[in-house]
Design a protein around this ligand. Structure first.
Ligand SMILES: Cc1cc2nc3c(=O)[nH]c(=O)nc-3n(C[C@H](O)[C@H](O)[C@H](O)COP(=O)(O)OP(=O)(O)OC[C@H]3O[C@@H](n4cnc5c(N)ncnc54)[C@H](O)[C@@H]3O)c2cc1C
Length: 370
């Protein structure tokens, strides 16, 4: 069997490891020219069964490196008001328990052993089913590859999903985010509340504005394992209704985004604005918030979906875990020896049940309905 996987984000590499362990031939292709072609080095919490999938499907040594370089955390989720007057620690729902990592470091760790079957700078452009039941993928450079199965692990804007399910119901809500990170220098450390240094802090205010802060402090330096050195940082996400950030959000440069994010919290505790102003321009990005509804059933074929491509959801600390859970589920089904379309059909049913339960919970949490 040959499986073509589009997207070397989180689900793609985890799936590739799981399949290779069972002797299945894999081609993992990625649009970005290189692993660090875009600033993607943010802190990410992997809950929702994702940690279990990594533990099960990555080679033991690879998982150990991921755990060794994960984030030192002492607390869970804390909330505070704009003046940082009182801090309330929230009980963590079990689905959120897991591993907190730097996403780029985790990808470097997963992808090192996959170098022989990964192609960067290779963008999916379209696919066509073949008469023998297989599938042909066409890349943006005009070249093609054939496989028994094509997996869309290409994230929220999945081109494969658009071709497979053109009416898939994805919506962009009115909330926008500016993500950034500030290196944890002495000055930044002094400005960062303990709840954010040791866990995840949500600062909620008026008019739909909110700020989350969470430090990535590496347990062990990735350099010890031959990767680029890890520098501790505090990740922040400034959220507000689209009107607050204005119509040009996606056209602003890095410095302007930092300035806009900082100004959004003027009048709040001064350390918040100051911390944002120390942000690293290389890592600031604006983002929309996506929600989706479960699509109607479709017949299993040689193309399937995993992760954010299958169930876009608002940020609630679970989508990465769910993406990795999908990867583990699909690896298990494909390795079971069942006929391919039976395996894909069973996977899709379970993946959609699990993914859309998580998406519904994330949407409720995002809307403050809990
Ligand atoms: C700043 C930030 C912080 C976040 N924090 C958290 C968190 O704490 N917890 C959490 O659960 N989630 C978090 N998320 C969301 C999380 O990153 C995603 O849910 C997760 O990465 C989804 O994994 P995936 O493998 O499905 O897709 P992705 O990781 O998005 O990977 C998709 C890959 O496909 C590639 N691709 C896209 N189109 C093509 C194409 N046409 N051809 C080839 N390749 C293509 C992309 O370049 C990308 O590498 C965060 C997101 C951001 C932006």
């Amino acid at each position: 069997m040959r499986v073509l996987i589009s997207g070397a984000g989180l689900a793609g590499p985890c799936l590739a490891h799981g399949l290779r362990r069972h002797g299945i031939d894999v081609l993992l292709f990625e649009r970005d020219a290189a692993i660090d072609a875009r600033a993607q080095g943010y802190r990410i919490h992997i809950g929702g069964g994702g940690d279990a999938a990594l533990r099960e499907w990555l080679p033991t040594g690879v998982y150990e490196q991921a755990a060794a370089t994960s984030c030192r955390t002492g607390r869970g989720v804390t909330v505070a008001g704009p003046d940082l007057g009182t801090f309330t620690e929230l009980p963590l729902p079990p689905a959120v328990a897991g591993l907190t990592v730097d996403r780029l470091t985790l990808r470097r760790i997963m992808l090192r052993d996959l170098a022989g079957c990964t192609r960067f700078g290779t963008e999916f452009a379209g696919y066509a089913p073949l008469d023998d039941g297989r599938v042909r993928v066409r890349f943006a450079d005009g070249t093609t590859e054939d496989g028994d199965l094509l997996v869309a692990a290409d994230g929220v804007g999945s081109g494969i999903r658009r071709q497979l399910l053109p009416d898939f119901p994805v919506t962009v809500d009115d909330h926008r985010l500016i993500y950034g990170r500030t290196p944890l220098t002495g000055e930044a450390r002094d400005l960062t509340p303990d709840a954010a240094l040791e866990g995840f802090l949500g600062v909620t205010g008026v008019d739909g504005r909110g700020l989350v802060l969470a430090a990535q402090r590496f347990r062990r330096d990735p350099a010890e394992f031959g990767f680029p050195a890890g520098r501790d940082y505090v990740m922040w996400a400034a959220g507000a209704p689209s009107a607050t950030f204005g119509p040009d959000l996606f056209r602003l440069g890095a410095g302007e985004l930092i300035d806009l994010a900082a100004k959004t919290f003027a009048g709040w505790h001064p350390s918040l604005e100051a911390l944002i102003r120390l942000g690293d321009p290389a890592y600031v990005v604006p983002s929309s918030v996506y929600t989706s509804e479960r699509p109607g059933a479709w017949s299993p074929g040689p193309v399937t979906l995993a992760g954010d491509a299958a169930h876009p959801m608002p940020p609630a600390g679970v989508s990465a875990g769910v993406a990795l859970h999908d990867a583990g589920l699909l690896a298990g089904r494909l390795a079971s020896g069942a006929p391919l379309l039976d395996a894909v059909g069973e996977y899709e049913k379970e993946m959609l049940d699990h993914g859309f339960a998580a998406a519904a919970a994330a949407t409720r949490r995002h809307r403050g309905q809990h």
